[in-house]
Design a binder for this molecule. Structure first.
Ligand code: ADP
Ligand code: MG
Length: 155
């Protein structure tokens, strides 16, 4: 499977969650999903759906203060990272980041641009944008498959 880029529009949190469910149900071992978008745009909403699609029933909490939350109860191991507070990439070595991203589970990383230099050659990018002219609950969700970190994050 090569590079592709798809755009979706959602008009409610439920629709964003449903898109997450769909992608989570299709996720494959070893894939690394990078979630990009400003605070409050819907990254956690999407992730809740994604986890559900992977067969995880427990609620997803934001790992902001722990960097990583692991879920082992789904179809595949699921590793939810939030690297917002990472100050340098060495901090990621301390938690064994490589073992997760080159492992057989599925990783989802919020604020992945902060660890762009540590990402594998191919990533799945989910970019969520608001457009207030189209309404408060409108979101444009761009899905890039098999993208390269340097192209996705400009590094
Ligand atoms: P983030 O994790 O990106 O900081 P959250 O997922 O925590 O953002 O919050 C997104 C907020 O935006 C929620 O309050 C949600 O109800 C609201 N929202 C409104 N419209 C949408 C939409 N189309 N998709 C996702 N969230 C939406
Ligand atoms: Mg969040």
């Amino acid at each position: 499977m090569g590079y592709s880029r798809t755009e979706k529009e959602t008009f409610s949190p439920e629709e964003t969650m449903a898109l997450g469910v769909k992608l989570g149900s299709q996720a494959r071992p070893g894939e690394v999903y990078c979630l990009v978008g400003d605070l409050g745009v819907g990254k956690t909403v999407f992730t809740q759906g994604f986890a559900k699609g992977m067969g995880i029933l427990e609620p997803i909490s934001s790992p902001t203060f722990t960097i990583l939350q692991e879920y082992e109860e789904g179809r595949l191991p699921f590793y939810h990272f939030d690297v917002y507070r990472i100050s340098d990439e060495e901090e990621m070595d301390e938690i064994g980041f490589d073992d997760y991203i080159y492992g057989q589970g599925v990783c989802l990383i919020e604020w992945a641009g902060r660890v762009a230099g540590l990402l594998p050659e191919h990533i799945q990018v989910i970019r969520i944008d608001k457009d207030l002219e189209k309404g408060f609950d409108y979101r444009k969700i761009t899905i890039e498959r098999e993208a390269r970190p340097d192209a996705a994050f400009g590094c």
